[in-house]
Structures are given as C-alpha cells and as structure tokens.
Design a protein around this ligand. Structure first.
Ligand SMILES: Cc1ncc(COP(=O)(O)O)c(C=O)c1O
Length: 398
C-alpha cells in the first residue's frame, strides 16, 4: 500500500473509533455491517449521526461537508426547513392508510407537466421504477427481450442485473457484448431475455435488433451513462436510438433516476431534445425521502388500468415523500428561475461551485462535461471515459 494512503487510513481510524465499534457490532447481524453493499468500504464506513444543510456529523462527533449528499439524492440538503415542516405536519395526521390521498394527484400533475409523460405511478426506489417500466414495455409489445447497455446500472431486479460490471474475460466483442449475469440467483431465462449493446455504438444496437427480429420490447438506458464514470451520449446517439425504436416498434425507456431532477427542469429528454416513450424517476425527486415514479403515454399506462400489466402493493402510499418532493422541487424551481433571471447571490454561488470543480475536470480531460457533471454527477462519477465503450479500457472505480 502507498505510504500516503496508509497515513490517511491511520488518521481515519484515530478519528473514528466509535464508527469502528458500531461497524463491528453491525457485522454480527448484517452482511458487511451495512444495509446496502454500496455503503461498505475499507477499513469500515463512517456511521452517521445527523445532518443539517450541507454538513453531517458522525457518531464520533466529527463534522464533514457532505459532498455526496446521499449519492446525489439530497438536492435541498439535509433537513431543509420547508421539507421538514411539511412532513412533520403530515406525520401527525397518520402515516399509511393503503388508500388514495390528494398529494398523489398533485405530484402526478407536476411530473406530467415537467416531463414528456401523460400518466405516472409511484414507487419507493429506482429499482421498482425500472422494473415496472420493463414489465409494462413487455406487456405493451407482447415481447420478452429488453436491450440494455454494457456497464449501465438500473437497479437490482433480474432484468437490470445483466452486464452491469462484467469482468474483462466475460465482455465479449464490443460490437456484440455478452449478456453477463451480475451475481448468483439470476435465472438463465432472465439473462437470455436481456440483449446487450455498447453505449454510443448504434451499430451494436442495430445488430441486436437484426438478430432478434420482433422480439425486443424496449431499450432502457441512462441518457448519460454514469455507472462506468460520466459517459456523455455522442451527438446523434439518443436520436438514433429513438429512430431504431420507432422503426422496430420497441419502446425507448429513459432511466432518469439520476438525470431526471437535475440535468434540467425537464430532465435529459428536455436537455438532449429526444422524447422517450417511458421515463423512470427516483432519488432526488423524493426531496430526501424514498420516492420513485415511472410514466408514459396514456395508451401505455392504460395497460395498468386494464389489468394487463400488474402494479399494486401495500406500500404505495408515499404521503410524506410526495409532500417532501413537492416542497423541495418547487423550491428548486424558484431558485432555478431566480438564477436564470440573474439573481446576483445565486449567480455567485453557481459560479463558485463551477470554478471549484473545473480544474479537476480539465485535469481528467473532461472539460466538456462540466455542466452535466456539476448538475448530475457525484464526486466519484467524474472520472470516467468521455465516450463510447472506452469504459472497457478505463480504470475502474473501486
Ligand atoms: C440510473 C439508476 N437507475 C436505477 C437505480 C436504482 O435505484 P435504487 O437504488 O433507488 O433502487 C440507480 C441507483 O443508483 C441508478 O443510478
């Protein structure tokens, strides 16, 4: 190990004995001692106590500036007073009823005005949103196969867990990547129904449609591929996918779990000017609480009404999270409007933020990524390939 890294780890361990203790305790009952594998790192993760605004404290009392902000999901920071007030009031009225409530309509209305969809349903996680989108696409087309891109992450359901981070020896040809299951427990039949192409390689997509005529229900993608580092779509790539889907009667699903609430008010479809058939949202639309949504045209979403595609569940209540979403997103819209109208204080903050990251981006050869990076990425996503299937050669995030 490098000396400098060893020194850093020694300092870390000295500052965080209570986190070490908490992790040791958690390891007795929880695999890796954490609730999600992403939260684990060596020698042990920091155990958080509380947070307010941009700052968090760990159980040892150390204070940090929270650049991660729950992997980018906390657009309004921790405990924003407007969100806390709205949710607190609602909590006193009851938490879950298994019955409809009026914020659902209010939130659905806002989402449909903001993104190119006519109807939405809700869930709690991005996994749920992309799972339902794939199922509805299959129901809408009567086809089983989904096309996804090598290296993309769309959550933890069987269809999504194919070729997320395949090992180099399993890749196959970049023009026709292998479908590689992301771990055990994924049925071979599920893997066989996922065909894989390379991001920014329209030829690899066309090839999959030629090889599977009339069988591909949908293409699902993050309009900016982030799981391999920040990988921008090359000019014409998204429109090319739109055209291929239209030509072949398949649906185009934009997984906007990360881009949707951040890249622009109307998400990636507005930013890049390409209209998908379905959209998946999660993370930051929840205003700090768990919330997801998937939406499409009335014709596609009518499959749910006609009981031709299942969507139900006791936990589809989202009373507090819809309120948190409405309050934090409205507030962000006001700020964005003020910024675009040249509010001097906000302009200064925006300028400072861009200036602090710009040298890093230039150093890593991605000056062109600065706007999407600042709006979408989180620190560890910044250093990926600028385009295409070059992620195969790019150094891996650890
Ligand atoms: C693009 C994308 N889609 C889907 C998901 C899954 O979301 P969740 O972790 O809420 O299930 C993630 C999570 O990181 C994501 O980045």
């Amino acid at each position: 190990m490098y000396d400098a890294l060893q020194k850093e780890i020694a300092t870390y361990e000295k500052r965080t004995p209570k986190s070490a203790e908490a992790h040791k305790r958690a390891l007795q009952r929880i695999p890796l001692g954490v609730a999600s594998n992403y939260r684990h790192y060596e020698p042990y993760p920091i155990f958080v106590k509380d947070g307010k605004g941009s700052r968090i404290h760990d159980v040892d009392g150390n204070e940090y500036i929270d650049h991660n902000l729950c992997f980018g999901a906390l657009m309004a920071g921790h405990c924003h007073p407007a969100v806390v007030k709205a949710v607190e009031q609602k909590l006193h009225e009851g938490t879950t009823f298994g019955m409809p409530h009026d914020q659902e309509w209010e939130l659905a209305e806002e989402i449909c005005k903001r993104y190119p969809v006519e109807m939405v349903r809700f869930g709690s996680s991005g996994t749920e949103a992309t799972m339902h989108a794939c199922r509805i696409a299959r129901a809408a087309t009567g086809r089983d196969k989904i096309l996804k891109f090598e290296g993309s992450y769309h959550g933890l359901h069987d269809t999504a867990l194919v070729s997320v981070k395949p090992k180099a020896e399993d890749y196959g040809d970049a023009d026709a990547p292998n479908s590689v299951p992301g771990g055990g427990g994924i049925p071979k039949s599920a893997v066989a129904n996922v065909v894989v192409a390379s991001f920014n390689n329209l030829g690899s997509v066309e090839r999959r449609f030629r090889e599977n005529p009339g069988q591909i229900a949908a293409i699902i993608l993050e309009p900016i591929l982030m799981n391999v580092g920040l990988c921008m779509p090359q000019p014409g790539f998204l429109q090319g996918l739109r055209d291929i889907c239209t030509k072949n009667g398949a649906l185009l699903i934009f997984d906007e779990v990360k881009t949707g609430a951040k890249l622009g008010w109307g998400g990636a479809s507005e930013y890049f000017g390409v209209k998908p058939d379905m959209i998946c949202l999660a993370k930051s639309i929840g205003g700090g609480l768990s919330l997801a949504a998937f939406g499409s045209s009335r014709a596609v979403m009518d499959l749910i009404e006609a009981q031709q595609a299942a969507h139900r569940g006791l936990s589809q209540d989202h009373r507090e999270s819809s309120l948190a979403s409405i309050h934090s997103e409205r507030r962000r819209k006001r700020r964005a409007d003020a910024l675009s109208q040249g509010d001097p204080e906000l302009s200064r903050l925006d300028h400072d933020r861009r200036r602090s990251l710009a040298p890093l981006l230039v150093r890593h050869g991605q000056p062109g990524c600065s706007r999407p990076t600042l709006l979408v990425g989180r620190a560890m996503d910044h250093f990926g390939p600028a385009h295409g299937s070059r992620h195969r050669q790019a150094p891996r995030r650890v």
